[in-house]
Design a protein around this ligand. Structure first.
Ligand SMILES: Nc1ncnc2c1ncn2[C@@H]1O[C@H](COP(=O)(O)OP(=O)(O)OP(=O)(O)O)[C@@H](O)[C@H]1O
Ligand SMILES: [Mg+2]
Length: 237
């Protein structure tokens, strides 16, 4: 398998006349986790939507294992092995936990395919809620379900958009442990986060966006060794 799971090269994206992503380039190496950071409105979600094909790139290249996917329709990008777990954890509130997982299932030739039982092993809290309507779950459980739904698509590349948003610290830690386990399975992950500590605990590489442009890219070690980088680009310390 190629060393690079996903490569963005000079990607631009617009909402109508509004130019939001400016020549965004980044490389997600196979089996690693790239933390995509940046302040509110920096363009993180737009990058995820563009990779997923939900907002087609206006120019630039997106390659999945060397295959150009920038012109693919969203369903074909999903079939090719990219799954998005969207910001705001969109699940089907009136369907049960089990139904939410079933409708997300997609067969793909990966080494260790996901099924409902494996999702329950990852997040045991979901198992006791199998028959419960997803809309009645806690925020943390809904997030676990949203991640489970993305995994049911058996992706090679998983896009997680702010999984910790709005969750209590203990639940954030649980979700973080789940992401660590998924990473250990060999998935390639882009993790969008405002929670700097969570992201840095999981990341191999870091890309920081500022007003739709890449303001910094480097290894997690470099960011951890130079806290002023985070202060400068993110305002965290
Ligand atoms: N549907 C849309 N139409 C027009 N402009 C949009 C739309 N969605 C987002 N934008 C704008 O695009 C820019 C990037 O937004 P985006 O949602 O990608 O940021 P973000 O980094 O994900 O922010 P947050 O941390 O708040 O989720 C912002 O200026 C935002 O106002
Ligand atoms: Mg966002």
């Amino acid at each position: 398998m190629a060393t690079n799971a996903l490569v963005l090269n000079q990607v631009n994206a617009h909402y109508g006349d509004s130019h939001v992503l400016h020549d965004v380039s980044m490389t997600l190496r196979s089996g690693t986790l790239l933390a995509l950071l940046g302040r509110n409105g920096a363009g993180k979600t737009t990058t995820m939507l563009t990779i997923s094909g939900l907002l087609p790139a206006s120019s630039g290249e997106i390659n999945l294992y060397d295959k150009p996917i920038a012109s693919y329709k969203p369903e074909n990008i999903a079939r090719a092995g990219v799954r998005l777990c969207p910001q705001g954890r969109r699940i089907f509130p009136s369907l049960s936990v089990e139904e939410n997982l079933k409708v997300a299932a997609q067969v793909r030739p990966i080494k260790n395919p996901w099924d409902i039982d494996r999702v329950y092993d990852l997040f045991p809290q979901l198992k006791v809620r199998i028959k419960q309507r997803a809309g009645t779950l806690s925020g943390g459980e809904q997030q676990m379900l949203a991640i489970g739904r993305a995994l049911m698509g058996n992706p090679d590349v998983l896009l997680l958009d702010e999984p910790s948003e709005g969750l209590a610290p203990l639940i954030v830690a649980e979700v973080g442990k789940g992401i660590q386990k998924i990473k250990a399975e060999g998935l390639s992950i882009i993790l969008v986060e405002q929670n700097f500590k969570l992201a840095m605990g999981l990341a191999d590489e870091v890309v920081i966006l500022n007003t739709g442009r890449v303001a910094y890219q480097g290894s997690a070690e470099e960011v951890n060794a130079n806290p002023e980088l985070a202060t400068k680009h993110l305002g965290v310390f």
